[in-house]
Design a protein around this ligand. Structure first.
Ligand SMILES: *Cc1c(COP(=O)(O)O)cnc(C)c1O
Length: 356
């Protein structure tokens, strides 16, 4: 790995006060290029712009995938990643689906650790804050014929992530648009899945909702995801989430929340949930929570669900009875190193003396 360090760091402690997600980037980035059937040696260099032509393959044919993960600083100042091997495996699953080359572990995981080590002062230590890590890959061949790109760029960029506070959020149950379809790319973290979701989300926002509960594309009768997150519903005292499928992304947070809930003795169930069941549970007073889970926002408790013209309003539970809040605290405590790590999920970023 080649390392070109920035002459003078752009870091100032105010970087930790960033209010908006994903706008303030660290000193360095990692770049690797795929050409002539193989990956180049990765380079860590100062974060900055690159030059491309409008004939860039990704701009025409959309071969683009990404990951989202975080680095956390504990009270001793040590930096840890959270289950990074899951993101590595998922990235390569996405790559295969999009007909892109798989990335070797030495570039994705080892490269990431060196990058985070070099920019470790950018990792905030305040509770709930972290450094967001964004690996991305896209087709870079200069060609406008409809075919798979023969050249790709892999990059890792990082931005300080504020603790995510949100106003109470509402969801509209999708009855027309879909995020994913059978046989499609819904299980992959493909850029186009997001591109296709923005317009229906905007329409929902024009109706006064914040996000969409995505339902199955064929019948719109099964609850699948919420916004860009996996979704749990609490019916009575049971936490239910849909099984992973070709339309549902296999979230690291979803898997972690399931395991933490089981560990806490909260009853969980992985099975399909119909819109009908959710609405009936609401009418019987048994729908206690609808929760979105994902790396960026961690856990969101939704307060209102739009079903056709009806608005299902959920009563806010006290903090110590709200599964969303209890599970979020447990997960963040574990990520920040404030509690034991019974699952062995934390991966330490070692101090290396490289590229001096
Ligand atoms: C990234 C993502 C999630 C959440 O995955 P995590 O690994 O928990 O961050 C859920 N749904 C979709 C569609 C996603 O792209």
């Amino acid at each position: 790995m080649r390392i070109e360090k920035i002459k003078e760091s752009r870091f100032t402690p105010e970087a930790y006060d960033v209010k908006t997600f994903g706008t303030k980037f660290t000193d360095h980035m990692l770049i690797a290029e795929f050409k002539n059937g193989k990956w180049s040696e990765p380079v860590i260099k100062p974060y900055g712009k690159m030059e491309f032509t409008p004939a860039l393959s990704i701009a025409h044919y959309g071969q683009g995938i990404f990951e989202g993960m975080k680095a956390y600083k504990d009270k001793d100042g040590e930096v840890h990643l959270f289950r990074p091997e899951k993101n590595f495996v998922r990235f390569n699953k996405s790559a295969v689906r999009m007909d892109m080359p798989e990335i070797p572990e030495e570039i994705f995981l080892e490269g990431m650790k060196v990058l985070v080590d070099i920019d470790r002062q950018w990792v905030p230590s305040d509770y709930g804050k972290s450094l967001y890590i964004r690996p991305v890959m896209f087709g870079t061949e200069e060609v406008i014929s409809a075919k798979s790109s023969s050249e790709f760029l892999f990059a890792i960029v990082m931005a300080v992530a504020p603790e995510y506070y949100s106003k109470p959020l509402s969801l509209k149950i999708a009855d027309k648009y879909s995020r994913a379809a059978n046989g499609g790319t819904g299980f992959a973290k493909a850029a186009g899945n997001y591109g296709g979701a923005f317009y229906p989300t905007r329409l929902a926002q024009e109706e006064g909702y914040d996000q969409i509960i995505w339902t199955d594309d064929a019948t719109h009768t099964f609850i699948e995801e919420a916004g860009t997150m996996n979704v749990f519903v609490r019916i009575g005292d049971k936490l239910v989430t849909a099984p992973i499928s070709e339309r549902i992304l296999d979230g690291v947070t979803r898997d972690s929340i399931l395991k933490i809930a089981e560990d806490l003795g909260i009853e969980t169930e992985v099975r399909r949930i119909t819109v009908q069941e959710l609405v009936e549970a609401y009418r019987k007073g048994e729908l206690k929570e609808v929760i979105g889970v994902g790396t960026a926002a961690v856990v969101i408790d939704y307060v209102m669900i739009g079903y056709g013209n009806e608005k299902l309003t959920l009563t806010e539970l006290p903090d110590d009875q709200c599964y969303g809040k209890i599970l979020k605290r447990k997960l963040v405590d574990l990520q920040m190193g404030l509690t034991e790590d019974p699952f062995g999920w934390r991966v330490k970023v070692e101090h290396q003396t490289v590229g001096v």
